[in-house]
Design a protein around this ligand. Structure first.
Ligand code: ZN
Length: 410
């Protein structure tokens, strides 16, 4: 994608400012002359910013403005060690709400809607972002936070909530609970806005039909404002992102080179207007691709695809990148295949060999199932594999997120 003139000017001005004031980027970019940045190609030679850099800056090493300008902090989940703290100025908070309002508008949500907010509030960026955007739009925000399903459903019925915002798993839980209690008639939902995570088509269809709503994907990450920097429209063909606030690149996660437009790679984001903690070339670890061409909705904002996975999950076989999400998706559409599988990758006589063990539903002819999966794999993912159906329960179960791909090549 070509960088717009305005984006380049904003980025260059930002880098100059950051390098002139000491702190995070003057250290990171030490030895680089900001005046030598003359083109997109120069920008693309700048080093990436990693989550590890942000952790090393804990607690407030990223702060790029004087204390009196910081009005709030958020923190990304500290499940893996030191958390990351992101300071926000008044303008950052306002800009984020404005982007979030755009997201609601992209989904056709108006001031007449009632928005039930189930993502969490607090250090996490989710709940408060949904709330600020709803208020700026003029809709009625119902700030529930997560959990307490009884109360969620009661509010949903009594207040006649029209928009549900949730993670995909919580939306599914609520949908199932509504079906179980037989209260579908008393639910007035029209739209569901689901936070960015990878979720399968089968789950999407189930939530949409159980709740009787149209679903929208919202994208974002705490390091870059939070959710609300991108949003799908009614045509469900990727997510529009706000290119007046962020600049996106898609790179090969292994080499760091830009991939050709339209190919899958890791999303790298540069903030254009952020004050509290601007980020240059931040590696998100999210895998996606640019969607090329105009969207039927007519929006001028460019699009990235709904998330395909995380870079940590990717593996390459016979020259083709494979993500667990693709295998999940593929098996979901094959009758007789359960969701449980394991992949072994070996290297024999100069060739990669991929073997897919999959649990077959009881009564399923394993030979037919194996052939069906093999054919589908070849046509959808592009390589030939060996499929070995096994009985339900034969593959190991784990309480933790189980490892499904075993690479024995190295
Ligand atoms: Zn669109």
């Amino acid at each position: 994608m070509r960088m717009k003139e305005e984006q380049f000017c904003l980025i260059k001005a930002q880098i100059k400012k950051l390098m002139g004031q000491g702190g995070f980027y003057s250290k990171k970019f030490a030895g680089i002359d900001p005046d030598s940045l003359q083109s997109q190609e120069d920008f693309e030679k700048l080093p990436f910013t990693w989550k590890g850099d942000l952790r090393d800056a804990y607690p407030l090493g990223l702060q790029a403005v004087p204390d009196e300008e910081v009005v709030r902090i958020h923190s990304s989940s500290g499940t893996t060690g030191t958390p990351v703290i992101i300071p926000y100025t008044k303008k950052d908070v306002d800009d984020w709400a404005l982007m979030f309002k755009r997201c609601y508008e992209m989904a056709g949500v108006t001031a007449r809607d009632r928005i039930q907010i189930t993502p969490g509030y607090g250090l996490w960026t989710a709940g408060i972002g949904f709330q600020a955007g709803a208020e700026l739009l003029g809709a009625m925000a119902v700030p529930m936070g997560p959990g307490n399903t009884d109360k969620q459903l009661r509010m949903m019925m009594d207040l006649k909530t029209t928009v549900l915002t949730a993670t995909s798993s919580y939306a599914l839980l609520l949908a199932e609970e509504i079906a179980r209690r037989g209260i579908g008639e008393q639910i007035h939902l029209k739209k569901g806005i689901i936070g960015s995570e990878r979720w399968g088509e089968k789950m999407r269809r189930r939530i949409a039909s159980e709740l009787g709503v149209q679903l929208y994907d919202i994208y974002g990450l705490t390091e870059v404002y939070g959710p609300g920097i991108g949003m799908s429209c009614e045509h469900e063909c990727g997510m529009h992102y706000w290119d007046d606030y962020i600049y996106c690149e898609i790179i090969n996660p292994k080499t760091g080179e830009l991939v050709p437009d339209g190919e899958i790679g890791e999303l790298v984001i540069t903030t254009l207007r952020k004050e509290g903690a601007p980020l240059i070339r931040y590696r998100t670890h999210d895998l996606t691709r640019f969607k090329l061409g105009d969207c039927p909705c007519g929006s001028p904002y460019p699009r990235i695809d709904t998330l395909i996975g995380r870079t940590d999950d990717m593996t390459k076989v016979k020259g083709v990148n494979i993500f667990p999400s693709q295998i999940d998706e593929l098996l979901r559409d094959i009758p007789g295949a359960s969701s449980e599988y394991q992949v072994m990758i070996d290297h024999l006589n100069g060739k990669d060999i991929m073997t897919l063990f999959v649990e077959a539903e009881p009564g399923m002819d394993r030979k037919i199932l194996g052939a069906n999966i093999g054919m589908t794999f070849k046509s959808k993912i592009g390589i030939s594999i060996s499929v070995k159906p096994v009985a339900i329960g034969e593959l190991p179960r784990s309480e933790k997120k189980s490892t499904r791909i075993f690479d024995n090549r190295y």
